[in-house]
Design a protein. Structure first.
Length: 78
């Protein structure tokens, strides 16, 4: 166990432990190429609809650009 001397060091220790636990418990899918982060994405300040669409496109789970759905295991690509 790492001993943290200052409040900033403690905050960094906790953040690192949280990210390590997060990756161990719920790893990201192989198609998602972005590492876990505790800070929000820059587009979160946009409207709910636009931010939602951007999240879907980042996860390759949008109806836009013929991305496959997570419900359909054998998507029709035509």
């Amino acid at each position: 166990m790492v001993m943290c001397q200052t409040s900033e060091a403690l905050r960094n220790c906790v953040r690192n432990m949280l990210l390590q636990d997060w990756v161990a418990i719920a790893p990201t899918p192989p198609y998602y190429h972005y590492p876990p982060s505790l800070s929000p994405h820059p587009f979160i300040g946009l409207g709910k609809f636009v931010a939602g669409r951007l999240h879907q496109m980042r996860a390759a789970k949008s109806y836009l650009d013929a991305h496959p759905s997570w419900f359909d295991k054998n998507p029709n690509t035509t």
